[in-house]
Design a protein around this ligand. Sequence first.
Ligand SMILES: C[S@@+](CC[C@H](N)C(=O)[O-])C[C@H]1O[C@@H](n2cnc3c(N)ncnc32)[C@H](O)[C@@H]1O
Ligand SMILES: [Zn+2]
Length: 251
Amino acid sequence: MSKLSQPIFLPSNPVLVSVAADRRDATAARLCQWCRKPIPWHSRSDAKFCSKLCRQASWRFVVVPAARDIEATDRPLHFAYADPPYPGKAFYYPENREVSYKELVKRLLRSYSDGWALSVSSAGLRDVLLLCPRGVRVCAWFKGPRYTKACRALCSWEPLIVYRGRPLTTDRVQRVLDGLVARGRFRAFPNAMVGMKPPAFAEWMFAQLGATRGDFLDDLFPGSGAVGVAWTRYTSRRDLADPRDSSTFSK
Ligand SMILES: C[S@@+](CC[C@H](N)C(=O)[O-])C[C@H]1O[C@@H](n2cnc3c(N)ncnc32)[C@H](O)[C@@H]1O
Ligand SMILES: [Zn+2]
């Protein structure tokens, strides 16, 4: 036998070994579409989720694909969403380092001339707005309060600063609003964390930018990754989307 040739082992029961190998291959290739963990090998061959909990959580993560009346422009637009730790709140995150909003706004203006959206706390709004150019719009997400003892009115909303974006159509009554009422964090999301944005917020933020299918979005502080998942659903084809979806702001 030459030094280079590989030894050959014949299975004692070729049929059983090949079934086991097929199973291994199938499970190795199949990851849960929600939590990305392997789908158990005994699940149905067309299973997309590892468990009922994951299937239900994915079902509830509702994002309506871009409205047909957001007309595509002659080229796809490239947007950014920035959701850094809010001023003075870096201690919530492992980096434990304040982000320079001055540098961040400079970067957004330099690299994302098509448009961007920046989340900030209501307490930080005054300082951050001074860093932004004229023409930015301040939108309001009313997420409800977290009840606690306080000597001032409880904070129940968060501003979203929006720069440029694709203009919305003017040939019919506008349905996109600059305010959103939606409850906060989507706790069933894998890696849900403090400051995580729920799907209704993401859909609303995309609409503020006039984003549509074919556009690009850089999520600069992805955290849990929920905004990225919402973007994939928002830019999916409407005719392939789930019919049970309903818009949070198009009534
Ligand atoms: C408000 S959270 C983003 C939440 C995200 N939008 C979501 O829906 O899950 C801020 C994220 O920025 C990260 N972060 C904190 N400090 C940072 C720093 N100095 N530079 C870069 N990222 C930082 C945090 O770990 C966290 O993942
Ligand atoms: Zn799963």
